[in-house]
Each structure stands twice: as structure tokens, then as C-alpha cells.
Design a protein around this ligand. Structure first.
Ligand SMILES: C=CC1=C(C)c2cc3[nH]c(cc4nc(cc5[nH]c(cc1n2)c(C)c5CCC(=O)O)C(CCC(=O)O)=C4C)c(C)c3C=C
Ligand SMILES: [Fe+2]
Ligand SMILES: [Fe+2]
Length: 363
């Protein structure tokens, strides 16, 4: 491999840290063409679809990318905000708020947001951080529960960028925060505020993004981490096991995924006589097509059509101050041990030179 010459940034000044907040990514526009571009990149990632490329790519290009983009684009159009795709809008706001909050607390930090698929790409934001002088890098994938399909894929992409550069930043990665006290407290605060505004339902369903069931047997900690988040949130809210349920949504393809599935569970609960349900998606740092369309539209309809009377969706933490405080505190703890070194002052340099002459260290 050959490397391009690279200017030496940040020479002689105090180290600057780049904080990269990463989420999944989303189409640039709610159109079939933009959705197709996004899905083509997303669904070609071997971390997402664990089928040999030779077998998968003909299915992806021959079947899925011919039909799914138009259907998904309609769903995106139904949730699009005036500033853009919800996932992009919230993630950008989160990064801006983190910059403000951590800056006020005296950190020498540049915060950027990036998307694993689509824009702004992880590579483009790592380039920008390097050009801004960051010699240390803290990566925060906005996935509370570690999953190979999401967290490891972000790490793959960061590593890919690293492979084409010479003078690499020091690197730290926040792999998970599923049991972080600040994150659990922010979720609990948001549920309590919702109950105060809208009243409390008979049950709280916590719906997480699904994964193929076999990934659990293969050692992915995702399922266990979802269950732990669910238990901790229930404890923080004082809920008994009968008052909440953890479910998995967004099944893709025909294989078995993690169970119980969200929508069939809601239908079953309603048919058994449950009248009202609160639904929260604690695995999503920001509202997106999976929460706003699949849950707040499709799952709502399924529950109400099966005999349920009230379906109350509790939004993701998005740009709530409690969320930003929790993420900032998480980042701060991961920044520890990276002392802010001030560059040696002229008098100190003279002293070092003198000491070196006395001890002969420079010879
Ligand atoms: C086999 C396919 C998929 C796996 C595995 C998967 C894992 C996974 N995804 C998220 C978070 C998000 N997924 C989102 C959208 C989305 N997910 C899949 C498929 C898999 N996800 C598809 C095809 C889509 C696109 C929408 C559609 O066409 O149905 C999103 C939202 C993106 C947006 O633009 O709003 C998020 C966020 C997690 C956390 C996860 C594994 C734990
Ligand atoms: Fe997904
Ligand atoms: Fe979905």
C-alpha cells in the first residue's frame, strides 16, 4: 500500500480530541433513487447480512433493490421532517449539543457526527477532524447495546480509514452503554414525564431492533444487553415483571429472529384483553423510520385493530437535555487518562537542554 504525504497537524500545541458520534445512516431524500443508494451500501455490509457475498449479492441486486426502495421511500416520505430525515436531524443536533456542553465544561474537544451508511460518511468526518488538528479520537457509536451488525461495523469503517493514513490518532471506542446509570435515568425520566402528560397504560412494552436469532448462539452480546437495559429501566420505574415486556422489531427475511416479535406480541396482548399500552424503543438513540413508521404507525394500527383501545408511543431520547448530559458524562469518563498536556514553555525547554548537557543524555 502507498500512503499520500500528510502534513503534520497540531505540531507543538496541546492535544485536541475529536469526538465522533456515529449512527446508522439514512437516505439523503425520501425518493426511490436515494433510498436505493442507501440500501445498496447498507445491505452489502457483511456485518449486516452474514451470507457469503457470492450468494447474497445476486439476491440483493436482482430482487431486493428492485422492489424495496420504492416501498421504503414511501415510508420515509411519511416521517420526513422539514430539515430532513429524522435520524439525520436528531444526530446532528445531538453532536451540536454535545459540543456546547463539553466545551462549557472546559474540554478541548471537537465534536462531529457521522453515518455508517450514506452521509456524512465516517471517512469524511475523520478527515475533517484530522484537518482541525485532532490527534486523539473518541468514537461514540450511538448504539446503547453492542451488536456486531452496528457497533462492530462502525469500528470496521474507522479501521478502514486508519489503514489509509500514516500518522494515526490515539483511538478509543465506546462499545456499549446499555447499563449506564445516566442513560437509564434519562430513559426513566422520559417515561415518567410521558406518564404525567398522557396518563399511564396497563403495560410498558420495550421494543428493540431485532437480529437473526442465530447471532445469539454465535456469541453476540446484543440480546443479553437488551434484556439488561429492559430490567434496569423497569427497576428504575418500579415496574414488576408483569408490568413490562421486552420485544424485538424490524424482522428482515424469512429466518428466525430474536423473539418475542413486537407486532405479534401487541396483537396477542390486545386479543387477550389488554386495553392500553405504552411503547418505548430504548435501543434507538434517535427517532427514525423504525420507530416513527414501524412502531408509531404500523404497530399502533395492529394493536388497535386487535382490540386494544389506547396505544401511546414514547419518543426516543433525541435531543433531550437528560440524553445529552448522559452522553457527555459517558464521553467524559472515556476521556479520562488523556491528560491535557501543555506544550513545554521556552524556560522549560532551556532547563531540559541544560539537564541533557549535564547528564550527557543528548549524546
Ligand atoms: C438484515 C438486515 C438488518 C439488520 C441485521 C439490522 C440490524 C440493526 N439495525 C439497527 C438500527 C436501524 N436500522 C434501521 C433501518 C433498517 N434496518 C434494516 C435491516 C437490518 N437492520 C433495513 C433494511 C432498514 C431500512 C429501512 C427499511 O427499508 O426497512 C434504522 C433507521 C434508518 C433510518 O433511515 O431511519 C436504524 C436506526 C440496529 C440497532 C440493528 C441491530 C441491533
Ligand atoms: Fe436495522
Ligand atoms: Fe422496519
Amino acid at each position: 500500500m502507498s500512503f499520500r504525504p500528510e502534513p503534520t497537524y497540531n505540531h507543538g500545541s496541546a492535544p485536541t480530541t475529536g469526538l465522533l458520534l456515529c449512527n446508522l445512516g439514512t437516505p439523503d431524500a425520501p425518493t426511490p433513487a436515494a433510498t436505493r443508494r442507501y440500501l445498496a451500501q447498507f445491505l452489502a455490509d457483511p456485518r449486516v447480512i452474514e451470507i457469503p457475498k457470492l450468494a447474497w449479492l445476486p439476491i440483493l441486486h436482482g430482487i431486493i433493490l428492485r422492489t424495496r426502495p420504492a416501498k421504503s421511500a414511501k415510508k420515509y416520505a411519511s416521517i420526513w421532517m422539514k430539515e430532513g430525515s429524522p435520524l439525520a436531524v436528531w444526530t446532528e443536533r445531538q453532536a451540536k449539543m454535545l459540543q456546547g456542553y463539553l466545551g462549557e465544561r472546559g474540554h478541548r474537544l471537537i465534536v462531529r457526527h457521522a453515518m455508517r451508511y450514506g452521509n456524512p460518511s465516517i471517512a469524511s468526518q475523520l478527515d475533517a477532524l484530522r484537518e482541525a488538528g485532532a490527534t486523539r479520537l473518541l468514537v461514540l457509536p450511538a448504539y446503547p447495546q453492542y451488536c456486531a451488525a452496528t457497533t462492530a461495523s462502525v469500528i470496521d469503517d474507522v479501521s478502514h480509514w486508519m489503514q489509509s493514513h500514516r500518522n494515526l490518532p490515539e483511538l478509543r471506542i465506546i462499545n456499549r452503554y446499555h447499563d449506564d446509570a445516566g442513560y437509564i435515568a434519562a430513559l426513566a425520566e422520559s417515561v415518567r414525564a410521558h406518564w404525567q402528560r398522557e396518563g399511564r397504560s396497563d403495560m410498558l412494552v420495550m421494543s428493540f431492533h431485532g437480529m437473526p436469532a442465530r447471532t445469539l448462539a454465535m456469541g453476540d452480546p446484543y440480546h443479553c444487553e437488551c434484556l439488561k437495559t429492559g430490567r434496569l429501566l423497569a427497576e428504575a420505574l418500579g415496574l414488576s415483571p408483569a408490568q413490562y415486556k421486552v420485544t424485538f422489531q424490524s424482522r428482515f427475511g424469512k429466518a428466525r429472529w430474536l423473539e418475542p416479535y413486537t407486532e405479534p406480541t401487541l396483537r396477542k396482548l390486545a386479543s387477550e384483553g389488554l386495553k392500553s399500552v405504552d411503547l418505548i424503543c430504548p435501543g434507538f438513540a434517535a427517532d427514525c423510520i423504525e420507530t416513527l413508521e414501524e412502531i408509531d404507525m404500523e404497530a399502533r394500527e395492529a394493536f388497535l385493530h386487535s382490540g386494544g383501545q389506547q396505544f401511546s408511543y414514547i419518543p426516543c431520547l433525541n435531543d433531550s437535555p437528560a440524553h445529552v448530559r448522559a452522553l457527555a458524562s459517558l464521553a467524559e469518563r472515556h476521556l479520562q487518562g488523556w491528560p491535557t498536556q501543555t506544550p513545554p514553555q521556552p524556560a522549560e525547554l532551556a532547563r531540559q537542554r541544560e539537564a541533557a548537557l549535564i547528564t550527557g543524555a543528548s549524546r
